[in-house]
Design a protein around this ligand. Structure first.
Ligand SMILES: *Cc1c(COP(=O)(O)O)cnc(C)c1O
Length: 377
Protein backbone atom coordinates (compact mmCIF):
# COMPACT_ATOMS: atom_id res chain seq x y z
CA UNK A 1 0.00 0.00 0.00
CA UNK A 2 2.67 2.51 1.04
CA UNK A 3 4.53 1.81 -2.22
CA UNK A 4 1.73 3.59 -4.05
CA UNK A 5 2.36 6.90 -2.24
CA UNK A 6 4.41 9.13 -4.58
CA UNK A 7 7.84 9.96 -3.17
CA UNK A 8 7.30 13.74 -3.40
CA UNK A 9 4.18 13.39 -1.30
CA UNK A 10 5.95 11.25 1.25
CA UNK A 11 8.72 13.84 1.56
CA UNK A 12 6.11 16.57 1.95
CA UNK A 13 4.48 14.63 4.75
CA UNK A 14 7.73 13.97 6.60
CA UNK A 15 10.20 16.83 6.09
CA UNK A 16 9.51 20.19 7.79
CA UNK A 17 7.93 22.84 5.53
CA UNK A 18 10.68 25.36 6.30
CA UNK A 19 13.41 22.84 5.51
CA UNK A 20 11.78 21.98 2.15
CA UNK A 21 11.65 25.69 1.36
CA UNK A 22 15.36 26.15 2.13
CA UNK A 23 18.28 26.13 -0.29
CA UNK A 24 21.48 24.24 0.53
CA UNK A 25 24.49 26.41 1.40
CA UNK A 26 25.90 27.46 -1.99
CA UNK A 27 29.53 26.63 -2.71
CA UNK A 28 30.80 27.69 -6.14
CA UNK A 29 32.51 25.26 -8.53
CA UNK A 30 36.18 26.23 -8.44
CA UNK A 31 37.75 23.65 -10.76
CA UNK A 32 40.60 25.27 -12.71
CA UNK A 33 40.04 28.70 -11.13
CA UNK A 34 42.20 30.82 -8.84
CA UNK A 35 40.15 30.39 -5.69
CA UNK A 36 39.63 33.69 -3.89
CA UNK A 37 36.04 33.19 -2.71
CA UNK A 38 36.07 31.57 0.75
CA UNK A 39 38.91 33.20 2.74
CA UNK A 40 41.04 30.08 2.60
CA UNK A 41 44.72 30.40 3.38
CA UNK A 42 46.56 29.74 0.07
CA UNK A 43 49.57 28.11 1.76
CA UNK A 44 50.02 24.49 2.72
CA UNK A 45 52.39 23.10 5.31
CA UNK A 46 56.06 23.41 4.34
CA UNK A 47 57.38 20.19 2.76
CA UNK A 48 59.89 19.63 5.58
CA UNK A 49 57.02 19.24 8.08
CA UNK A 50 54.88 16.95 5.96
CA UNK A 51 56.97 13.83 6.40
CA UNK A 52 56.82 13.93 10.18
CA UNK A 53 53.11 14.71 10.10
CA UNK A 54 52.49 11.77 7.76
CA UNK A 55 54.25 9.43 10.19
CA UNK A 56 52.11 10.65 13.08
CA UNK A 57 48.88 10.35 11.13
CA UNK A 58 49.84 6.85 9.96
CA UNK A 59 50.32 5.73 13.57
CA UNK A 60 46.80 6.77 14.64
CA UNK A 61 44.27 4.19 15.75
CA UNK A 62 41.51 5.15 13.37
CA UNK A 63 39.64 2.00 14.41
CA UNK A 64 38.98 3.70 17.78
CA UNK A 65 36.59 6.55 18.48
CA UNK A 66 38.24 9.91 19.09
CA UNK A 67 38.58 11.36 22.58
CA UNK A 68 35.38 13.38 23.16
CA UNK A 69 37.25 16.04 25.19
CA UNK A 70 40.84 15.72 23.99
CA UNK A 71 42.88 17.09 26.90
CA UNK A 72 46.15 17.30 24.98
CA UNK A 73 44.66 19.27 22.11
CA UNK A 74 42.78 21.58 24.47
CA UNK A 75 45.95 22.28 26.47
CA UNK A 76 47.86 22.99 23.24
CA UNK A 77 45.13 25.38 22.09
CA UNK A 78 45.01 27.08 25.48
CA UNK A 79 48.70 27.78 25.42
CA UNK A 80 49.01 28.64 21.69
CA UNK A 81 45.94 30.89 21.61
CA UNK A 82 46.26 32.47 25.08
CA UNK A 83 42.95 31.11 26.33
CA UNK A 84 42.68 32.21 30.00
CA UNK A 85 42.99 29.52 32.67
CA UNK A 86 39.56 30.53 34.03
CA UNK A 87 37.80 29.78 30.73
CA UNK A 88 36.41 26.46 29.60
CA UNK A 89 36.86 25.30 26.00
CA UNK A 90 34.35 23.71 23.61
CA UNK A 91 35.60 22.18 20.35
CA UNK A 92 33.53 22.00 17.19
CA UNK A 93 33.71 20.49 13.73
CA UNK A 94 34.41 23.99 12.47
CA UNK A 95 32.88 26.96 14.25
CA UNK A 96 29.80 26.36 12.11
CA UNK A 97 29.04 23.41 14.35
CA UNK A 98 29.56 25.50 17.49
CA UNK A 99 27.05 28.03 16.16
CA UNK A 100 24.44 25.31 15.68
CA UNK A 101 25.21 23.77 19.09
CA UNK A 102 24.55 27.16 20.73
CA UNK A 103 21.27 27.52 18.85
CA UNK A 104 20.09 24.02 19.76
CA UNK A 105 20.98 24.48 23.41
CA UNK A 106 19.24 27.86 23.67
CA UNK A 107 16.16 27.27 21.49
CA UNK A 108 13.55 27.69 24.20
CA UNK A 109 10.12 28.60 22.80
CA UNK A 110 10.21 32.25 21.72
CA UNK A 111 13.98 32.61 22.21
CA UNK A 112 15.81 34.87 19.76
CA UNK A 113 19.18 35.33 18.11
CA UNK A 114 20.29 38.89 17.39
CA UNK A 115 23.03 40.00 15.05
CA UNK A 116 23.98 42.77 12.67
CA UNK A 117 23.39 42.93 8.93
CA UNK A 118 25.17 42.27 6.72
CA UNK A 119 27.14 39.65 8.62
CA UNK A 120 27.96 35.94 8.64
CA UNK A 121 24.99 33.95 7.29
CA UNK A 122 25.23 31.01 9.69
CA UNK A 123 23.97 33.06 12.65
CA UNK A 124 20.58 33.33 10.98
CA UNK A 125 20.62 29.88 9.36
CA UNK A 126 21.34 28.16 12.70
CA UNK A 127 18.62 30.15 14.46
CA UNK A 128 16.01 29.28 11.82
CA UNK A 129 16.94 25.60 11.82
CA UNK A 130 16.54 25.52 15.60
CA UNK A 131 13.22 27.37 15.20
CA UNK A 132 14.48 30.41 17.10
CA UNK A 133 13.55 33.95 16.18
CA UNK A 134 16.19 35.95 14.33
CA UNK A 135 16.62 39.73 14.34
CA UNK A 136 19.32 41.78 12.63
CA UNK A 137 20.22 45.41 13.24
CA UNK A 138 21.47 47.02 10.01
CA UNK A 139 24.94 48.50 9.97
CA UNK A 140 25.25 52.10 8.78
CA UNK A 141 25.97 52.72 5.09
CA UNK A 142 29.72 52.90 5.89
CA UNK A 143 29.33 49.55 7.76
CA UNK A 144 29.96 51.13 11.15
CA UNK A 145 27.97 49.91 14.15
CA UNK A 146 24.88 51.84 15.26
CA UNK A 147 25.32 51.08 18.96
CA UNK A 148 22.12 52.82 20.04
CA UNK A 149 20.06 50.80 17.57
CA UNK A 150 21.73 47.60 18.76
CA UNK A 151 21.09 48.43 22.42
CA UNK A 152 17.45 49.23 21.59
CA UNK A 153 17.09 45.90 19.80
CA UNK A 154 18.58 44.12 22.82
CA UNK A 155 16.03 45.83 25.07
CA UNK A 156 13.17 45.05 22.68
CA UNK A 157 13.99 41.40 21.93
CA UNK A 158 15.92 40.20 25.01
CA UNK A 159 17.93 37.84 22.76
CA UNK A 160 19.33 34.60 24.15
CA UNK A 161 22.32 34.98 21.80
CA UNK A 162 23.94 38.08 20.31
CA UNK A 163 26.55 37.47 17.57
CA UNK A 164 29.21 40.05 16.78
CA UNK A 165 31.77 39.06 14.16
CA UNK A 166 35.03 40.83 15.06
CA UNK A 167 36.13 41.76 12.43
CA UNK A 168 32.89 41.45 10.51
CA UNK A 169 32.46 39.20 7.48
CA UNK A 170 31.87 40.40 4.73
CA UNK A 171 32.63 44.04 5.54
CA UNK A 172 36.04 43.53 7.19
CA UNK A 173 35.73 46.18 9.89
CA UNK A 174 36.25 45.94 13.65
CA UNK A 175 33.72 47.63 15.94
CA UNK A 176 34.85 49.85 18.82
CA UNK A 177 35.86 47.70 21.80
CA UNK A 178 33.81 49.93 24.09
CA UNK A 179 30.69 49.12 22.00
CA UNK A 180 31.19 45.39 22.44
CA UNK A 181 31.67 45.87 26.17
CA UNK A 182 28.45 47.91 26.29
CA UNK A 183 26.60 45.13 24.46
CA UNK A 184 27.89 42.51 26.90
CA UNK A 185 26.77 44.76 29.76
CA UNK A 186 23.28 45.23 28.34
CA UNK A 187 22.55 41.75 26.95
CA UNK A 188 20.43 39.45 29.11
CA UNK A 189 21.91 36.37 27.42
CA UNK A 190 25.19 35.38 25.80
CA UNK A 191 27.27 37.67 23.60
CA UNK A 192 29.41 35.71 21.16
CA UNK A 193 32.40 37.58 19.75
CA UNK A 194 33.25 35.62 16.58
CA UNK A 195 36.98 36.05 15.98
CA UNK A 196 37.28 33.91 12.85
CA UNK A 197 39.77 36.43 11.41
CA UNK A 198 41.78 37.09 14.58
CA UNK A 199 45.17 36.17 13.00
CA UNK A 200 44.69 39.04 10.55
CA UNK A 201 43.18 41.52 13.00
CA UNK A 202 45.64 41.11 15.87
CA UNK A 203 42.94 42.30 18.23
CA UNK A 204 40.98 40.03 20.53
CA UNK A 205 38.57 39.70 23.43
CA UNK A 206 40.15 36.41 24.49
CA UNK A 207 41.54 37.79 27.79
CA UNK A 208 37.93 38.55 28.85
CA UNK A 209 36.67 35.00 28.16
CA UNK A 210 36.08 33.35 31.50
CA UNK A 211 36.06 36.75 33.24
CA UNK A 212 32.87 38.37 31.89
CA UNK A 213 29.97 36.06 32.77
CA UNK A 214 28.09 36.26 29.48
CA UNK A 215 30.96 36.66 27.01
CA UNK A 216 31.92 33.89 24.60
CA UNK A 217 34.95 34.17 22.33
CA UNK A 218 34.67 31.92 19.28
CA UNK A 219 37.44 31.15 16.80
CA UNK A 220 38.32 28.78 14.00
CA UNK A 221 41.49 27.47 12.40
CA UNK A 222 39.77 27.55 9.00
CA UNK A 223 41.11 30.94 7.92
CA UNK A 224 44.62 30.02 9.13
CA UNK A 225 45.26 27.17 6.72
CA UNK A 226 43.14 24.35 8.18
CA UNK A 227 39.75 24.85 6.52
CA UNK A 228 39.75 21.23 5.42
CA UNK A 229 40.52 19.88 8.88
CA UNK A 230 37.42 21.53 10.46
CA UNK A 231 38.28 22.77 13.92
CA UNK A 232 36.51 25.59 15.71
CA UNK A 233 36.75 26.41 19.40
CA UNK A 234 35.06 28.66 21.86
CA UNK A 235 36.07 29.91 25.28
CA UNK A 236 33.67 30.96 28.04
CA UNK A 237 32.96 30.42 31.73
CA UNK A 238 33.15 26.64 32.39
CA UNK A 239 29.52 26.65 33.60
CA UNK A 240 28.34 27.51 30.07
CA UNK A 241 30.65 24.95 28.48
CA UNK A 242 29.21 22.26 30.76
CA UNK A 243 25.73 22.93 29.32
CA UNK A 244 26.75 23.16 25.65
CA UNK A 245 28.87 20.04 25.95
CA UNK A 246 25.66 18.03 26.39
CA UNK A 247 24.46 19.12 22.95
CA UNK A 248 27.79 18.49 21.19
CA UNK A 249 27.81 15.25 19.19
CA UNK A 250 30.09 13.09 21.37
CA UNK A 251 32.79 12.36 18.77
CA UNK A 252 32.55 15.56 16.72
CA UNK A 253 36.29 16.15 16.20
CA UNK A 254 37.86 13.15 14.50
CA UNK A 255 41.23 11.61 15.38
CA UNK A 256 42.90 12.81 12.16
CA UNK A 257 41.95 16.42 12.87
CA UNK A 258 42.98 16.18 16.52
CA UNK A 259 46.41 14.88 15.55
CA UNK A 260 46.83 17.30 12.64
CA UNK A 261 45.97 20.35 14.73
CA UNK A 262 48.20 19.32 17.64
CA UNK A 263 51.06 18.93 15.18
CA UNK A 264 50.44 22.30 13.56
CA UNK A 265 50.24 24.00 16.95
CA UNK A 266 53.73 22.65 17.72
CA UNK A 267 54.81 24.67 14.67
CA UNK A 268 52.77 27.74 15.43
CA UNK A 269 55.53 29.94 13.94
CA UNK A 270 54.57 28.62 10.47
CA UNK A 271 50.97 29.85 10.88
CA UNK A 272 52.18 33.17 12.28
CA UNK A 273 54.52 33.77 9.34
CA UNK A 274 51.79 32.96 6.83
CA UNK A 275 49.33 35.31 8.55
CA UNK A 276 51.93 38.10 8.66
CA UNK A 277 52.57 37.72 4.94
CA UNK A 278 48.83 37.81 4.21
CA UNK A 279 48.41 40.95 6.34
CA UNK A 280 51.12 42.68 4.29
CA UNK A 281 49.53 41.46 1.05
CA UNK A 282 46.11 42.68 2.22
CA UNK A 283 47.44 46.17 2.86
CA UNK A 284 49.16 46.19 -0.52
CA UNK A 285 46.08 44.96 -2.35
CA UNK A 286 44.00 47.58 -0.50
CA UNK A 287 46.28 50.31 -1.84
CA UNK A 288 46.25 48.86 -5.36
CA UNK A 289 42.43 48.69 -5.39
CA UNK A 290 42.29 52.24 -4.04
CA UNK A 291 44.38 53.45 -6.95
CA UNK A 292 42.10 51.76 -9.46
CA UNK A 293 39.49 54.09 -10.88
CA UNK A 294 36.02 52.55 -10.83
CA UNK A 295 36.03 50.83 -7.43
CA UNK A 296 35.65 51.86 -3.80
CA UNK A 297 37.56 49.56 -1.44
CA UNK A 298 36.76 49.26 2.26
CA UNK A 299 39.40 48.90 4.99
CA UNK A 300 39.68 45.33 6.31
CA UNK A 301 41.12 43.63 9.38
CA UNK A 302 40.52 40.20 7.78
CA UNK A 303 42.23 38.23 5.00
CA UNK A 304 39.76 39.62 2.48
CA UNK A 305 38.70 42.94 0.98
CA UNK A 306 35.22 44.19 0.18
CA UNK A 307 34.96 46.59 -2.73
CA UNK A 308 32.17 48.29 -4.64
CA UNK A 309 31.96 48.81 -8.37
CA UNK A 310 31.21 52.49 -8.98
CA UNK A 311 28.20 52.36 -11.24
CA UNK A 312 24.54 53.27 -11.28
CA UNK A 313 23.82 49.97 -13.04
CA UNK A 314 22.71 47.49 -10.34
CA UNK A 315 24.15 44.58 -12.38
CA UNK A 316 27.62 46.09 -12.77
CA UNK A 317 29.24 44.02 -9.99
CA UNK A 318 27.73 40.76 -11.21
CA UNK A 319 29.13 41.45 -14.66
CA UNK A 320 32.57 42.15 -13.20
CA UNK A 321 32.28 38.91 -11.21
CA UNK A 322 31.53 36.98 -14.41
CA UNK A 323 34.35 38.76 -16.21
CA UNK A 324 36.80 37.70 -13.51
CA UNK A 325 35.58 34.14 -13.80
CA UNK A 326 36.26 34.19 -17.53
CA UNK A 327 39.79 35.18 -16.58
CA UNK A 328 39.87 32.13 -14.29
CA UNK A 329 39.56 34.09 -11.03
CA UNK A 330 36.78 33.17 -8.58
CA UNK A 331 35.75 35.75 -5.98
CA UNK A 332 32.39 36.30 -4.22
CA UNK A 333 29.48 38.28 -5.62
CA UNK A 334 27.65 39.88 -2.68
CA UNK A 335 25.74 42.44 -4.70
CA UNK A 336 22.37 40.79 -4.08
CA UNK A 337 22.96 39.57 -0.55
CA UNK A 338 21.92 42.76 1.27
CA UNK A 339 20.87 46.27 0.16
CA UNK A 340 23.94 47.76 1.88
CA UNK A 341 26.12 45.54 -0.33
CA UNK A 342 24.73 46.80 -3.65
CA UNK A 343 27.41 46.34 -6.34
CA UNK A 344 29.84 44.86 -3.79
CA UNK A 345 32.31 42.04 -4.37
CA UNK A 346 34.63 40.32 -1.89
CA UNK A 347 38.07 38.96 -2.66
CA UNK A 348 40.22 36.72 -0.46
CA UNK A 349 43.82 37.89 -0.10
CA UNK A 350 46.38 35.40 -1.38
CA UNK A 351 50.11 35.36 -2.20
CA UNK A 352 51.54 37.99 -4.57
CA UNK A 353 51.13 36.07 -7.86
CA UNK A 354 47.45 35.29 -7.28
CA UNK A 355 46.73 38.83 -6.09
CA UNK A 356 48.41 40.19 -9.23
CA UNK A 357 46.36 37.82 -11.41
CA UNK A 358 43.21 39.06 -9.67
CA UNK A 359 44.14 42.73 -10.19
CA UNK A 360 44.86 42.15 -13.85
CA UNK A 361 41.62 40.24 -14.39
CA UNK A 362 39.71 42.94 -12.50
CA UNK A 363 41.23 45.66 -14.65
CA UNK A 364 40.10 43.83 -17.76
CA UNK A 365 36.61 43.20 -16.36
CA UNK A 366 35.71 46.66 -15.06
CA UNK A 367 33.23 48.76 -17.02
CA UNK A 368 35.43 50.59 -19.52
CA UNK A 369 37.74 47.57 -19.81
CA UNK A 370 41.49 47.13 -19.75
CA UNK A 371 42.30 50.47 -21.40
CA UNK A 372 40.54 52.50 -18.71
CA UNK A 373 42.62 50.79 -16.02
CA UNK A 374 45.81 50.83 -18.01
CA UNK A 375 45.64 54.61 -18.17
CA UNK A 376 45.24 54.82 -14.39
CA UNK A 377 48.27 52.78 -13.41
C1 LIG B 1 34.43 31.45 8.01
C2 LIG B 1 33.69 31.93 9.19
C3 LIG B 1 33.26 31.06 10.21
C4 LIG B 1 33.18 29.55 10.06
O1 LIG B 1 34.31 28.90 10.01
P1 LIG B 1 34.39 27.32 10.14
O2 LIG B 1 35.12 26.93 8.91
O3 LIG B 1 33.06 26.71 10.25
O4 LIG B 1 35.19 27.14 11.38
C5 LIG B 1 32.68 31.60 11.34
N1 LIG B 1 32.48 32.91 11.45
C6 LIG B 1 32.84 33.78 10.50
C7 LIG B 1 32.58 35.22 10.69
C8 LIG B 1 33.44 33.31 9.33
O5 LIG B 1 33.74 34.17 8.36
Amino acid sequence: MSATVPLAERIRAVVRDDVRAMKAYPVAQAEGLIKLDLMENPFGLPPELRGELARRLAALEVNRYPAPRPAGLMAALRSAMDIPQDAGILLGNGSDELISILAQACARPGAKVLSLAPSFVMYEASARLAQMGFEAVPLRADFSLDLNALLEAIAAHAPALVYLAYPNNPTGNLYPRSAIEAVADAAPGLVIVDEAYQPFALDTFMPAAGRIDNLVVMRTLSKSGLAGARLGYLAAKPEWIEQFDKVRPPFNVNVLTQCYVEFVLEHRDVLDRQAALLRRERDQLYRALGELGGVTVFPSAGNFLLFRIKSTDPDAASRVFQGLKQHKVLIKDLSRVHPLLANCLRVTVSFPEENAAFLEALGASLPGGAEAVGSES
